[in-house]
Each structure stands twice: as C-alpha cells, then as structure tokens.
Ligand binder design. Structure first.
Ligand SMILES: C[S@@+](CC[C@H](N)C(=O)[O-])C[C@H]1O[C@@H](n2cnc3c(N)ncnc32)[C@H](O)[C@@H]1O
Length: 213
C-alpha cells in the first residue's frame, strides 16, 4: 500500500500550511443538513454492529451515531480537542494530524468498526490511513466513509476539487483498494441531492468495506 498508487499531484492543496493552524479555533457546526444526517443515521444503523466499539476518524463535536446502536465505546480522532470534548457520543479522543502521521495510536483489532464522516477529502495520504484503519479494526469489521458535496476548498486535495460527486465514489473506492485487505467494497449514493425553495436536501454518498482477514 502506498500513495504511489496515485500521482503526487492528486494530493496538492491550496493551503499547504500545517493543518493545526486551520483547526485551531473550534467549529461547532454541522456540515450536512438534517435530511443527510437522517440518511447517515440510517446507514450507520444498518452497517455498524450494535453495542460495538467504534473509531470516529476525523471527528468533531458530533458523530451522528443513532442512539439505537448503544455503542460500548466510541473514540474520536481529529484536530481540535475542544470540539471532541464537546461530543456527547465520544468516550475518549485523540488529537492527531493524519497528514503528518498516519500511524494510529491503537492496538491491532482494537475496534469493531470505524467511520469517517464528511472529511476524507482532506487526507493527503489516504491509502496509508485506510491501511491503518484496517489494522485497528477486527476482521469482518466495517469502515464507513461518507461525504456530501461541500468542503473547505483550501484544505481539500486537488483530485477532490477537480472531480464530480460520482467520481468521488470511485476515488474513495480506489483508496480502499490501494490500502489492501478490504472486502465487499461498496459505493452508494445514499441520498440524491435536491434543491428547492421549500426545503432542499444535501446529497449523501457512502463508501464502505469490511476488513478481509
Ligand atoms: C468537515 S469536519 C467533519 C467533522 C465530523 N466528522 C462531522 O461529521 O461533522 C472535518 C474534520 O476533519 C478533521 N481533520 C481535518 N484534517 C485533519 C487531519 N490532517 N488529521 C486529522 N483530522 C483532520 C478535523 O478535525 C474536522 O473535525
């Protein structure tokens, strides 16, 4: 596994300064609308094992996990400690810049499942990160990566900004393939976007896979 699977230019960013600077101030906002959050809840309820231990990668102040899952433990990893300290679904959190250090600070097979919500577009070493997620979840465990059609453009990687939503589904599929040891890689348009004067809806896309062995 390596980012050598992709051209280096894919991961250039307009703002190449340390991500810590961009995430210094907490942003306690949600990045998708209620409709997309509801759809994400539904996908999590279907894909994540109830009562499990979950890793929320690139976490903030909300994890959008449905209460029905009753997780045993949820650990967040992100850039802003204050955001994660205010997340009622996290039992613990770690601040780590995944673009500087992809090695996750967890034992092998520490989690039943992992999620990465509306953030994958900020990873400059996605295959290395996806390989680490594979290491820290149990065989058969699921990694659910979701995204919509918005981002902080100065921090998103070039390949994300130059491709369509449907191409993002293919790109994230390639991240799983490049990382290796992922099975059942599935790319879904979980909710089509809708515009409208009286209530639009953000699109929601999900790519998920299970640790092969
Ligand atoms: C758009 S927010 C999404 C937060 C949360 N997952 C959600 O669903 O609302 C992007 C998140 O990615 C995290 N992030 C961005 N760059 C990162 C990096 N280099 N390493 C680790 N986390 C990063 C930030 O901490 C931030 O919480």
């Amino acid at each position: 596994m390596a980012e050598t699977a992709f051209p280096a230019e894919y991961f250039a960013r307009r703002d190449e300064s340390d991500d810590a600077l961009f995430y210094t101030d907490p942003r306690k906002v949600v990045h998708i609308d209620d409709s997309a959050i509801n759809t994400l809840n539904t996908r999590f309820a279907a894909l994540l094992p109830p009562g499990g231990t979950y890793l929320d990668l690139m976490s903030s102040w909300r994890s959008h996990l449905p209460a029905s899952l009753s997780p045993a433990r949820v650990v967040g990893l992100g850039m802003n400690a204050e955001e994660m300290a205010d997340n009622p679904q996290l039992d613990d959190h770690v601040v780590q810049n995944l673009n500087q250090n992809q090695a996750l600070p967890f034992e092998d097979a520490a989690f039943d499942a992992a999620v990465c919500t509306v953030s994958v577009q900020y990873l400059t070493q996605p295959a290395a990160v996806f390989a680490e997620v594979n290491r820290v979840i149990k065989p058969g465990g699921v990694f659910v990566v979701s995204f919509s059609n918005r981002c902080f453009p100065t921090k998103a990687v070039a390949v994300w900004l130059s491709t369509t939503d449907q191409q993002h589904l293919a790109l994230v599929t390639q991240y799983f393939e490049a990382a290796g040891n992922w099975a059942n890689i599935t790319a879904e348009t979980a909710q089509a976007g809708r515009s409208g004067l009286f209530g639009g809806a953000d699109p929601l896309y999900v790519v998920w896979a299970r640790k092969a062995s």
